[in-house]
Design a protein around this ligand. Structure first.
Ligand code: G4P
Ligand code: NA
Ligand code: NA
Length: 190
């Protein structure tokens, strides 16, 4: 998405070699009109797939998932994060290790909001090593639901998460794919 690449070049700040800060429109301040356009773009790529639920993780995935859910007229469900592991028959759970935060978090989704008749579209703001995405895919499998794929705003392709999911047969659509970055220089795929 050309508009997103331009916005990243104009407003993005590369921290070290691994982290892209986009606090001006996505991760601290949110540009609602722009996020809605990005949600519509992700929705259009999965139109006709019969998506019944959007799945993301709190917190920063929620705004994007809301935009996609509105465009596809489907409810969004966000996995909740907790430190303690929950043992409960009525929830699906996965452990997610965060490279950014260097700690594991436990994510949970109530079985009430995801089940075997669902067609799920996972949505997130970033795809890096794919730990969060693996956890969400795992939860979709626990629910016995069908996975339509994943829609991502910014994929950091050099961290490999997207490619390993594609190798497992998961359809990944990212609106901007970064192949390399350093302060002052960001390179995109295609
Ligand atoms: P991974 O899940 O893809 O392996 O990535 P990682 O563990 O590194 O990511 C942990 C959190 O940091 C995730 O947020 C992810 O969206 C975010 N993140 C990863 N890389 C970047 C980046 O380059 N820039 C920004 N701004 N965020 C990044 P989260 O778990 O959803 O936490 P929250 O911030 O939404 O609460
Ligand atoms: Na985040
Ligand atoms: Na996120």
């Amino acid at each position: 998405m050309q508009e997103l690449r331009e916005r990243i070049l104009a407003d993005g700040e590369v921290i070290g070699s691994q982290v892209l800060k986009v606090d001006s429109f996505l991760n601290h301040q949110i540009d609602p009109v722009f996020v809605m356009r990005m949600g519509q773009e992700i929705a259009s790529r999965f139109a006709g797939e019969g998506v019944t639920r959007i799945l993301t993780v709190e917190a920063s995935g929620i705004a994007v998932a809301m935009a996609v859910g509105l465009a596809l007229n489907a409810p969004l469900v966000f996995a909740k994060k907790s430190r303690a592991s929950t043992q409960n028959d009525s929830v699906y759970t996965a452990d997610v290790y965060s490279f950014t935060r260097k700690e594991a978090v436990h994510i949970t989704v109530s079985a009430r909001y995801l089940g075997k008749d669902d067609v799920v579209l996972i949505v997130d703001d970033f795809l890096a090593h794919g730990e969060a995405m693996n956890g969400l895919v795992n939860i979709v499998h626990q629910a016995g639901a069908k996975l339509a794929g994943a829609g991502i705003i910014i994929e950091k392709r050099f961290q490999g998460g997207g490619d390993s999911l594609r190798a497992q047969g998961v359809r990944i659509e990212s609106l901007a794919a970064i192949t390399s970055m350093e302060p002052g220089k960001i390179c995109f795929a295609e």
